[in-house]
Design a protein around this ligand. Structure first.
Ligand code: APR
Length: 228
């Protein structure tokens, strides 16, 4: 049984990391166009670096929650389970999960300004002006709005192999990530764990919506799958 888990900011909400579009979300406090677009990076790189330094500090101070650990347990019971995440935090990794594809980058890395996949580790504040070994200015390893999503083709290939697709904590507002559901086989069972109402579109009649917080709904779902 091939299980694919697709996560968004909601899986890390109970670890204290903000989501983007909830009432108290990050995009209520910051303008996307100031800190998370390609133009913002060109116009005001120091502000972008400062924004992601703050998010890195929050991430490093956070701990995985019961949902992250339940997903790790799922991988122990179904070893070829793959995780595709929109999140830049490392909480899946710190919960002990593996086979993780980050679609929108990773806060614990910086990247070359020339090669979008050439990264170096960063576990503290970035100092704007530091350079990558290739000589280019280092930048946050984040996919800004308006930039390509280099691992999206791989994510589509992974989704196309799913017998079960588990979607946790994403509003399904951002493309191309949200279109991953289209790549799951018609025969795949789709579970969604989210206390809110994601944009299901034509999937609304197909998904089994567990309308609970991740730390409650994911362990319940994993226990059911492990017993089945
Ligand atoms: N448990 C599960 N889901 C939750 C919880 C929780 N405790 N709290 C909130 N949610 C759900 C919300 O109901 C919503 O559906 O998490 C989702 C968060 O949606 P967004 O804030 O839009 O986050 P996400 O879907 O991950 O955003 C996608 O947008 O800004 C970009 O690159 C950024 O990766 C991000 C992308």
């Amino acid at each position: 049984m091939k299980i694919v888990v697709f996560t968004g900011a909601g899986v890390s909400a109970e670890s204290g990391l903000g989501t983007f579009r909830d009432a108290d979300g990050l995009w209520e406090k910051y303008r996307v166009e100031d800190v998370c677009t390609h133009e913002a990076w060109l116009r005001n790189p120091e502000l972008c670096v400062e924004f992601y330094n703050a998010r890195r500090r929050d991430t490093l101070a956070a701990q995985p929650n019961a949902a992250h650990f339940a997903i790790k347990k799922l991988q122990e019971n179904f070893p070829d389970t793959e995780i595709i995440t929109q999140n830049i935090d490392d909480l899946h990794e710190r919960a002990g999960s593996h086979n993780i594809t980050h679609l929108h980058g990773e806060i614990t890395k910086l990247r070359s300004n020339i090669d979008e996949t050439d990264t170096v580790p960063c576990m503290g504040d970035q100092h704007y002006g530091d350079r990558h070994p290739d000589g280019s200015l280092l930048r946050p390893y984040i996919v800004f709005f308006g930039e390509g999503v280099p691992y999206f083709p791989r994510a589509c290939q992974i989704a196309s192999t799913a017998d079960i697709l588990i979607v946790v904590g994403t509003s399904l507002n951002v493309y191309p990530a949200a279109s991953l559901l289209e790549y799951a086989p018609d025969t795949a069972k789709i579970y969604v764990v989210d206390p809110g109402k994601p944009e299901f579109g034509h999937f609304r009649y197909r998904v089994e919506h567990i309308q609970k917080k991740a730390s409650e709904g994911v362990p319940e779902l994993v226990d059911m799958l492990c017993k089945s």
